[in-house]
Design a protein around this ligand. Structure first.
Ligand SMILES: NCCCCCc1nc2ccccc2[nH]1
Length: 290
């Protein structure tokens, strides 16, 4: 360990580790589910770390939060009821709130400490909780979805950490099945779907499961997030049988929809929406063949 530096060492990305220069450790705790740490970095603002894995930094969180939210919500007309699984930092809530058609935002986060730490150290991210449409459920997303009435939601966003730890079940087939049942016909789901450089096997399994369960569209998109391993992270976009969804061409462009009281978008726009679905050949070969 180099003094003054945090290195993201994990068996999920063997032989490599992204490092950030640490100015000051601001919080360290252990919840019922994971170790939670916040530190002030030298160049990426404050950083949230769960079990040694970087979850967000103030400097680049906009890329991930905006893409995971607007890729699904800009692909359907008038989303009204939205569910967020995970995402305890509140950043996805902040982005969902930009859509004036949305009437109800439910969030189910398993770890209360993540919510409390985000509100204390990342106010510009946790601002999402202030929207009156938001209801927070602290609990396991798997159990929450089992209790949801069929066809309730227009969109579900699964903002999970990685498959090692509390989020493991959110990458498995039964969970995708319960997501499908909770969505209306032509409803959409967007999940955190790892890195094409590091996790092609995980992605292969997710795509195969999604194609079996979601009878609408199934697409993989990706974006750049400098502080995630390999500097990229992907998203699984799926729709249920019903009114067709073309994820690659946004029909509900947020560019002008943005609510004036909120800060402008830093990353997402309709061009980068379409570009996100362009894949390198090694990934296309696996994803399009499943
Ligand atoms: N190794 C890539 C990890 C991606 C993590 C995405 C993410 N960031 C989060 C912050 C708080 C709660 C859930 C979260 N999920």
């Amino acid at each position: 360990v180099i003094p003054g530096w945090f290195s993201e060492i994990s068996p999920m990305w063997p032989g490599e580790a992204h490092s950030l220069k640490v100015e000051k450790i601001l919080f360290q705790g252990k919840s019922d589910y994971q170790n939670v740490m916040v530190f002030q970095s030298a160049t990426y603002g404050k950083v949230l770390v769960l079990d040694g894995v970087i979850q967000l930094t103030e400097r680049d969180e906009c890329a991930y939060q905006e893409m995971i939210t607007h890729l699904p919500l800009c692909s359907i007309p008038n989303p009204k009821k939205v569910l967020v699984i995970g995402g305890g930092d509140g950043g996805v809530l902040r982005e969902v709130a930009r859509h004036s058609s949305v009437e109800q935002i439910d969030i189910c986060e398993i770890d209360k400490m993540v919510v409390d730490v985000s509100k204390q150290y990342f106010p510009d991210v946790a601002v999402g909780y202030e929207d009156p449409r938001v209801t927070l459920h602290v609990g396991d997303g798997v159990a929450f979805l089992k209790a949801v009435t069929e066809g309730t939601y227009d969109a579900i966003i699964v903002d999970s950490s990685d498959p090692i730890g509390p989020a493991q079940e959110l990458f498995e087939k039964p969970f995708f099945h319960s997501v499908s049942k909770a969505l209306r016909p032509g409803g959409v789901v967007c999940t955190q779907a790892e890195s094409i450089w590091l996790h092609m096997h995980i992605i292969e399994d997710i795509v195969a499961n999604c194609r079996q369960i979601f009878k609408g569209s199934v697409n993989y998109a990706w974006t750049t997030v400098p502080t995630y391993p390999s500097g990229v992270i992907g998203f699984m976009l799926c729709s249920t049988e019903g009114p067709s969804v073309d994820f690659k061409h946004p029909i509900n462009p947020i560019d002008d929809d943005a609510d004036k009281t909120q800060k402008p978008l830093k990353f997402y726009n309709s061009e980068i929406h379409s570009a996100a679905f362009c894949l390198p050949s090694f990934a296309k070969k696996v994803i399009d063949s499943k």
